[in-house]
Design a binder for this molecule. Sequence first.
Ligand SMILES: [Zn+2]
Length: 209
Amino acid sequence: MFIHQLPSIIPKILPKLTWSRLDSAESRKVYFTFDDGPTPEITNFVLDCLADYQAKATFFCIGKNMLANPQLVEDLVSAGHHLGNHTMNHANAWKYSLLDYENDYLACEEVFAQMKIKSVGFRPPYGRITPYVYHHLSSKSEVFMWSFLTGDYNSDLNSDDIIQASMKHIKPGSIIVFHDSAKAYLRLKFVLPALLEHCLHNHLIPSTL
Ligand SMILES: [Zn+2]
């Protein structure tokens, strides 16, 4: 059984991290986020889908993918989307040494600086948290987790089940995770248009973080 939503106690015990964002009681904003890109063709597909619905989103990019695909980075920025740091090499906080992890985070910050792009904050790869991420990085930059993980990368899930589960969850303030990666595309190509359509019908506004 795939865990789309963490138990509600987790955000309460880790309050320095951002799990959802409700600006006001009247807000209709929801936050679509795309991790692990930019990826040729797949990020283009996401850009086209978002443009069809005049939706804005946030992309937590891998630094080495930004360096490999500078045109895609430019396309994301010029379309009005926001970008965030997802480390240089998709570093796993539970496997890297503290120093290696910090260097991988900083190398991605450096890519943002070189490309003169403002990062909205950090999303730890695999959602893995350590005391360093929790106490240190969260004091330097906003750390974004999520309220709903689509699981689009998981080949055990089918698109219809993801769509049904997502529709039940999405509400104002939700932060939803997708992946603009090759692994996720088989499901993403069905899930993303369906959820954008769902937002349109329910007066929810996909917005940047
Ligand atoms: Zn990732």
